[in-house]
Design a protein around this ligand. Structure first.
Ligand code: PLP
Length: 385
């Protein structure tokens, strides 16, 4: 069986060949521990890691010393939120997250709430954006920490994080942003941002590595999750995986160079996909606004069907995902789509398509006809039944 065309680039991306090549020598040939300070094997690995750290920092306008390598955005988000929350004084223990946050952030917020923190979950406008006024209304004198995703993992909404950061910074509130979907896709600058999470495998780098940017300033502490040998300012001890770090650095450098070109090309493919689908599926509705949105994202609902049935029909042709998560065999509607105001049935009829660098017009055309054919088949089956 031919593999279905991969159109699920929000879940992960392929490793760019140049990234893979850059990683290879660091597995078998140059395997020194980057934290060995007594010999050339260690120095060589350390130099490679610091070069990679500088490339990651460069993509987000940070100083290399402020970038901490982690195992991925899940760990970065946990470290950022648990770590920053722990350092908040007793009178600043109000935390704001969004109702559309990635499950790892929603999970941390639930845990903080079980401890001595108060948590507000902010709801977006129907287009997916968080209005600054609504955020300002939610702020209290006790607010110590706010987390808002830079670009959304399901509907691709790009938030005005620089404006949000400026408002929060002027009030001394710590601002964290999960930029796993945004980094390498849109320009980012950490000015005024205290904490930013990144993941290599969302930007054509390897799985298993990410970073947390930390803006060090007086009175701001991030408590480590692990205790160990003191690496990376003690914030994230443990041996840094040299091949993964080198690959992450390379992927960031390439993403920086290709960002404009990729964005232009993917926006063209996405527009072709949407108009093709609209032509064959007049009932289709786009979830979230189209204006402030990642170029490679499309999330639509197809009234009258259940997305998981559609994905099953499409399994041999294209790989896309449903606007839902499987929680122990029961299919749950996406909390993010519900937060946008969709009904359960609408959320369950939604699909997410994430285009990538390697996708072509031909891929998009196959996807259009396959989705329309599968939809028509499912609708015909409901009429008979
Ligand atoms: C993928 C993703 C994560 C998790 O990243 P990992 O590196 O796989 O742990 C977190 N947040 C967002 C927005 C993501 O898209």
């Amino acid at each position: 069986m031919r593999k279905p065309i991969f159109l699920d680039h929000h879940s992960t991306t392929p490793v760019e060949p140049a990234v893979f090549n850059a990683m290879q020598p660091w597995f078998v040939e140059s395997y020194g521990n980057p934290h060995s300070s007594d010999h050339a094997w260690g120095w060589q690995a350390e130099a490679a890691i610091e070069e990679a750290r500088a490339k990651v920092a460069d993509l987000i306008g940070a100083r290399p010393a402020d970038v901490i390598f982690t195992s991925g955005a899940t760990e970065s988000n946990n470290l950022a939120l648990f770590g920053a929350a722990e350092g908040l004084p007793a009178n600043r223990r109000h935390v704001i997250v969004t109702a559309t946050a990635h499950p790892c952030i929603a999970g941390v917020a639930d845990r903080l709430e079980m401890r001595e923190f108060e948590v507000t979950r902010l709801y977006p406008r129907a287009d997916g954006l968080y209005a600054l006024e609504k955020l300002a209304d939610a702020l209290r004198p006790e607010t110590g920490l706010v987390s808002i995703e830079a670009a959304h993992h399901e509907i691709g909404t790009i938030q005005p994080i620089s404006e949000i950061a400026a408002v929060l910074s002027s009030r001394g509130i710590i601002f964290h942003t999960d930029a796993a979907q945004a980094a390498g896709k849109i320009p980012l600058d950490v000015a005024d941002i205290d904490l930013m999470s990144l993941s290599a495998h969302k930007l054509y780098g390897p799985k298993g590595i990410g970073a947390l940017y930390v803006r060090w300033r007086p009175g701001f502490t991030v408590t480590p999750m692990f205790v160990g040998g003191g690496q990376q300012r003690g914030l994230r001890p443990g041996t840094i995986p040299t091949p993964l770090a080198v690959g992450f650095g390379e992927a960031c450098e390439i993403a920086g160079q290709r960002m404009a070109q990729d964005g232009y090309q993917l926006a063209g493919l996405r527009d072709r996909l949407l108009s093709g689908l609209r032509a064959g599926l007049p009932d289709l509705v786009v979830n979230g606004g189209l204006e402030s949105r990642l170029a490679h994202n499309l999330n639509v609902r197809l009234p009258g069907i259940v997305a998981s049935d559609l994905l099953y029909e499409l399994r041999e042709t294209i790989a896309i995902s449903a606007g839902s998560a499987c929680a122990s065999a029961r299919i749950e509607p996406s909390p993010s789509l519900l937060a946008l105001g969709l009904t359960e049935a609408e959320a369950l009829s939604s699909i997410r398509i994430g285009l990538g660098r390697q996708n072509t017009q031909a891929d998009v055309d196959i996807a259009i006809s396959a989705i329309i054919a599968a939809y028509d088949k499912l609708i015909a089956a409901t009429r008979v039944a």
